[in-house]
Ligand binder design. Structure first.
Ligand code: SAM
Length: 267
């Protein structure tokens, strides 16, 4: 495909057959409902379609790429292209219309400046059964980090509360064209069976917990009376040090505390 790459859309195309094979091996798209975000010139799209997914729905923001992608893939009956900014689409509605509300699996090699926003958008949709995504290496280090380490924070807790890590591998910057400034890693995440039901409220709880680095966990929650009061009671009951910091709590501990909040809210 002839296409002049656009920096503003974070276009670094994946050129390496071995890496493409490894992504497919981990993602296993056969017979699945797949969403691909940012197909670009279709390098990964081609590999996904070879595996015969039930349906592949791709979202591409760059209008110049749309005719190229249509030319190459419109003969596939299970392929559909949406020319949109993925961050702006109503994902819940699209999953209902295009996949009849069934589970979907996401595969994406995206620009790094939008990857955490994309991930938070995916987290809010319970139908997203798995996410196979190429990320900046540092972001993957945050996802796999343990409490009380430098990389650990809001992002690690949010993600691990909803998804478990199946596997990941490091990808050298040299397999992309043009070559980006950082190395990458591809990670496969599978939805947990049990996760907080009130997704937005739970994410707000985490956000607040980590909002002020210098404060203790409890003090960070002070702006939300309900979060603060229930967390305070829980920490006392469970014999926690009240000066504990959010960075030293595991995602499971966050979920346990949040379950108390949910109970109280629904009482
Ligand atoms: N998947 C292709 C590959 O592996 O070669 C392209 C990867 S390139 C890093 C990222 C792609 O995402 C580009 O095609 C870019 O135009 C597209 N993109 C960037 N922002 C987007 C957005 N908000 N919604 C949908 N696509 C986007």
């Amino acid at each position: 495909m002839n296409h002049k790459t656009k920096k503003k859309f974070g276009q670094n195309f994946l050129m390496d057959k071995n890496i493409l094979d490894k992504i497919i091996l981990l993602s296993k798209p056969n017979k699945k409902n797949i969403i691909e975000i940012g197909p670009g010139t279709g390098n990964l799209t081609k590999y996904i379609l070879k595996e015969e997914p039930k349906k592949l729905l791709a979202f591409e923001i760059d209008e110049d790429l749309i005719p190229l992608l249509k030319d190459e893939f419109s003969s596939f009956e299970n392929f559909k292209l949406i020319a949109s900014d993925f961050l702006k689409v109503n994902l819940e509605e699209i999953i209902e219309e295009e996949f009849f509300g069934e589970n979907v699996d996401v595969i994406a090699n995206l620009p790094y400046y939008i990857s955490s926003r994309i991930i938070f958008k995916l987290l809010e949709n319970p139908q997203v059964n798995s996410i196979g995504i190429m990320l900046q290496k540092e972001l993957v280090e945050r996802i796999v980090s343990k409490p009380s380490t430098k990389a650990y924070g809001r992002f690690s807790v949010a993600l691990n509360s909803f998804y478990e890590i199946e596997d990941y591998f490091i990808v050298s910057r040299n397999v992309f064209n043009p070559v980006p400034k950082v190395d990458s890693a591809f990670i496969k995440l599978n939805k947990r069976k049990v996760f907080p039901k009130e997704i937005k409220d739970y994410l707000e709880f985490i956000k607040l917990s980590f909002a002020q680095k210098r404060k203790t966990f409890l003090n960070s929650l002070k702006t939300n009376e309900l979060f603060y009061n229930i967390t305070y009671k829980y920490l006392v009951k469970q014999n926690y040090d009240l000066k504990i910091r959010a960075e030293s709590l595991s995602y499971k501990e966050f979920i346990n505390i949040y379950e108390e909040i949910e109970k109280e809210k629904n009482a």
